[in-house]
Design a binder for this molecule. Structure first.
Ligand code: NDP
Length: 333
């Protein structure tokens, strides 16, 4: 079985030399374990943080060990009563072709209800992040004007659409290409969108939201957060979900330089960790899968084929080569 190892800790942007695809023997199954043939695995921004040797909310990847992350696949051998050969599961041992997992640490998924990849994206961790972040952390309410950065990505594209479906007065998104901006407005129903690479973010946001915003969903940090603080109305709220503009930075960002505005506007900026919101999972799956079935919520996936391109997919995602969820597919199915 082939698996991706981290072999050096990147400083700044990771390079292909920081990783190695290695052959490893598949371990014997213990009692209560299953052998899974991975069909798809996820590459996510938070994995960049796990490449640093610092204490964080998830432990760092170990050097010369397989990396981990969300994956879906088929059970091909089982020593667990709860799972049979042929079942499909979601689990945390991605970045490899075959995984030996404790059945207790898997969730059974039904490929007849949704494509397997959906459990890594729109119905999975990024989807719950969008749903919980908007509704619980940012306390979204009908009539709010919402701005989301990283708006053409897995989390952001869902934030904007959920806000629209729940009665936002105006939804604005930012993304890194003109094609993405077009997709947001023409396909996903955003009221306005802009390409942050085309000019000053504060200025572009002001033009897109002349009456200000009530909610900011932050995926980017830095100058996007500064622009949002300027645009937020009194009693506005921000869900601080991610700061991808800083994940490969070697110097801290000077922005936001306008944090003092938080006082006069009585803003609430609240950090968000999806793992705090698992109680919302059943409600999230029910509501979002209904919107998918009715065609009210759309989603994209960018699939990269072949485990040998796993690192390319990860680096491509950091550069914005994905629209919606970035996924590495090991099979055609
Ligand atoms: P995406 O699908 O949005 O992929 C990442 C995107 O980030 C790229 O496509 C790129 O799009 C954009 N990007 C990269 N660099 C920059 C930059 N310098 N400035 C602006 N945009 C940039 O990833 P996810 O949806 O999985 O994650 C989105 C955010 O949510 C991340 O910050 C992530 O860390 C966070 N997150 C947090 C969770 C939590 O529990 N707190 C859980 C899940 C995700 P573009 O072309 O637009 O530049």
């Amino acid at each position: 079985s082939r698996e991706w190892h981290l072999v050096a800790r990147p400083h700044g942007w990771p390079t292909p030399e920081d990783f190695a695809l290695r052959e490893a023997a598949v371990p014997e199954l213990g009692e209560g374990q299953v052998l899974v043939r991975n069909q798809h695995f996820s590459v996510d921004p938070y994995m960049r943080g796990r490449m640093n040797d610092v204490k964080s909310y998830v432990p760092p990847f170990q050097l010369d060990e397989p990396m981990e992350g969300g994956a879906v696949g088929e059970v091909i051998a089982s020593r667990a009563d709860s799972l049979a050969v042929g079942d499909h599961v979601l689990h945390g041992l991605g970045w490899r072709e075959y995984a030996v997992v404790d059945a207790k640490r898997t969730a059974k998924v039904d490929p007849s209800l949704a494509p397997l990849t959906a459990y890594l994206g729109v119905l999975g961790m990024p989807g719950l992040t969008a749903y919980a972040g908007l509704l619980e952390v940012a306390s979204f309410k009908e009539g709010d004007a919402v701005f989301v950065s990283g708006a053409a990505g897995a989390v952001g594209s869902q934030v904007g659409q959920i806000a629209k479906l729940k009665g936002a007065s105006r939804v604005i998104g930012s993304a890194g290409s003109d094609e993405k901006v077009k997709l947001l407005v023409e396909e996903y129903g955003f009221d306005a969108a802009f390409n942050y690479k085309n000019g000053n973010v504060t200025q572009q946001l002001k033009e897109a939201a002349p009456e200000g915003i009530d909610v900011y969903f932050d995926n980017v940090g830095g100058d996007h957060l500064e622009a949002a603080i300027s645009a937020l109305n009194v009693h506005g709220r921000a869900a601080i979900c991610g700061m991808i503009s800083m994940y490969n930075a070697t110097e801290p960002s000077p922005a936001p330089r306008n944090l003092a505005m938080v006082i006069g506007k009585r803003l609430r900026l609240q950090g968000l960790l999806v793992s705090d919101h698992s109680a919302l999972q059943p409600q999230f799956v029910e509501e979002v899968s209904a919107w998918i079935r009715s065609g009210e919520l759309q989603y994209s996936e960018t699939k990269v084929a072949g485990i040998e391109h796993g690192v390319d997919a990860f680096l491509g995602m950091l550069r914005g080569e994905n629209t919606g969820k970035m996924i590495v597919s090991l099979t055609e199915a």
